[in-house]
Design a protein around this ligand. Structure first.
Ligand code: NGO
Length: 509
């Protein structure tokens, strides 16, 4: 992380943090009942925790955040900012301090942490700065009226991959909105943000060798609005911001279908050489790149090369869904030419689960978005060694309505209330895809009907925390009533941050 980026990240975090700080160290409100045992209020639920009475730690303006090594100082500075405290580096914290320590604890892996809160001081330990960052998210949730509840936590994730997806193609969302979403999902230990960067309605990432993709192909969106795109510098800034929140960006260019914006921008990409008009509707499955033309692969080689060069994360998502305007034979031909291009630029391919039909290399990650518990192609891929990302549309799609009266959203995959989002097991959902074949979960937010940041928040909260918990917490902790109580405990923080969440009747707010 460069110092310049870090400063910018801190400034942006402060806006969110200031209000949170007020709740963190304000005097207890006499009108409220005594604070409950808050150690049990974490979302996602931790692997193990034990409360200790009479061992609470009081935060004061003099409390220091201490990093015992330089490697821990980035996360320490972030924690200090979100709690409004003073960061420093020292061998060990003494007295009134929250100490962050990097060590070698075989129990907690690369993203786990241990937390020890005592009257005399707080110690957070992990093997990596990722682990410290996840521990910091727990600390943030535990602060109540200036107090951290006494006790110990040992925690690590069930799945390596815990994702959110934002469709910036159907409606475009600018850099500040995406950064706000990054801050919001980071609170729930989400570690991947998948950006759906190209679809029929718009191309959203600058590709310097094909400038018309953005000059023309980004100029509208669903409903005919102005659209927009990220310059490569803006995208790099987003990647760096996500990195400062220990989140990896997974960029998606959907292909060979969902490509009208590209086909409209370059006539030569069409089999008949005629560019279609820009599209602002919401139908799917009508567009296809021309599988037989060589220029298609020169185009995609350029796109993948440029995108890979500004994407430090391991994955590139190549879509592959709903290629109804491509014949099955062409789909095979297309993917067999595309997958090596992704590999050539040093990236691992991920794609919607239709990709599984093409017998991809076992490193490829199909993303299951169906609603059934059976998919023989995905099960066969799992048997060949492919890991699967679970995004069943009837559980994880954040664009589905909560109930028939939800003013925005769709319902083709069903209504998804909080209990539905929470009530499934990624490790057993799909026949032939056992837990050992599941890389993790992702909650996609498609934006045909989602126009503002407030819309994003309304659809994501409180369902995103449900999916985050399925990705992080051991199945042994799974209990809806307990989960709902813990989500309700987050509401004051969401209120302080101005998050426009849905007041689900299934949560005891
Ligand atoms: C489908 C479709 C998307 C839609 C979405 C709406 C996938 C993978 N392809 O999911 O184009 O936006 O449903 O819910």
């Amino acid at each position: 992380m460069t110092p310049r980026i870090f400063r910018r990240a801190l400034v942006a975090a402060t806006a969110v943090a200031l209000t949170v700080t007020t709740t963190a160290i304000a005097a207890p409100d006499n009108h409220q009942p005594p604070a409950p045992a808050r150690l049990g209020a974490l979302v996602p639920a931790p692997v193990w925790s034990q409360a200790r009475q009479h061992d609470d730690f009081k935060l004061t303006p003099g409390t220091k955040v201490v990093a015992t090594t330089r490697d821990a100082s980035g996360v320490a500075a972030y924690l200090a900012t979100v709690l409004g405290l003073h960061p420093g580096v020292a061998d060990h914290g003494r007295g009134n301090a929250i100490t962050l320590r990097l060590g070698h604890d075989p129990r907690i892996g690369t993203e786990g942490y241990t937390l020890d809160i005592r009257h005399g001081g707080v110690e957070l330990a992990a093997n990596t700065s990722d682990g410290l960052f996840e521990g910091v998210q727990s600390l943030r949730q535990l602060v109540h009226a200036g107090t951290l509840p006494g006790g110990s936590v040992l925690d690590y994730p069930r799945f390596e991959h815990r994702g959110a997806m934002l469709d910036v193609a159907r409606h475009f969302f600018g850099v500040d909105d995406v950064k706000r979403y990054i801050d919001e999902i980071a609170m729930f230990k989400i570690n991947y943000l998948h950006l759906h960067l190209a679809d029929d309605q718009g191309w959203r990432i600058e590709i310097k060798s094909w400038p018309n993709l953005t000059a023309y192909g980004a100029s509208t969106e669903v409903g005919g609005g102005p659209g927009g795109y990220y310059t490569q510098d803006q995208y790099k800034d987003l990647v760096a911001y996500a990195e400062s929140r220990h989140i990896t960006i997974v960029p998606e260019i959907d292909m060979p279908g969902h490509t009208n914006a590209a086909l409209a921008s370059y006539a030569e990409l069409n089999c008949d050489g005629v560019a279609p008009p820009l599209y602002t509707g919401t139908s799917v499955g009508f567009s296809s790149l021309c599988v037989a033309k060589d220029i298609t692969y020169r185009f995609l080689d350029d796109v993948i090369r440029e995108l890979a060069s500004i994407t430090p994360g391991p994955y590139l998502h190549i879509g592959g869904d709903e290629a109804h305007a491509t014949t099955p034979a062409d789909y095979q031909t297309f993917m067999h030419r595309m997958l090596p291009i992704v590999a050539k630029y040093g990236k691992i391919a991920t794609g919607w689960h239709e990709l599984a039909k093409t017998n991809p290399d076992p490193s490829a990650l199909p993303q299951y978005w169906g609603t059934d518990s059976t998919d023989t192609d995905v099960a066969a891929a799992a048997a060949r060694g492919n890991k699967v990302i679970m995004s069943p549309a009837n559980k994880t799609y954040l664009d589905m309505k909560y109930n028939p009266n939800t003013p925005i959203g769709q319902k083709w995959a069903g209504l998804i209330e909080e209990k539905d989002a929470y009530g499934w097991d990624p490790g057993t959902f799909l026949d032939g895809v056992p837990e050992s074949s599941v890389q993790g979960v992702e909650a996609p937010l498609w934006t045909e009907t989602i126009v503002t940041m407030a819309d994003i928040e309304y659809m994501a909260f409180p369902r995103l925390p449900a999916i985050a918990e399925l990705g992080w917490s051991p199945w042994s902790t799974h209990d809806y009533d307990d989960f709902a109580r813990r989500v309700a405990a987050q509401a004051p923080t969401w209120d302080a941050m101005g998050i426009n969440y849905y007041r689900s009747p299934q949560i005891p707010w």
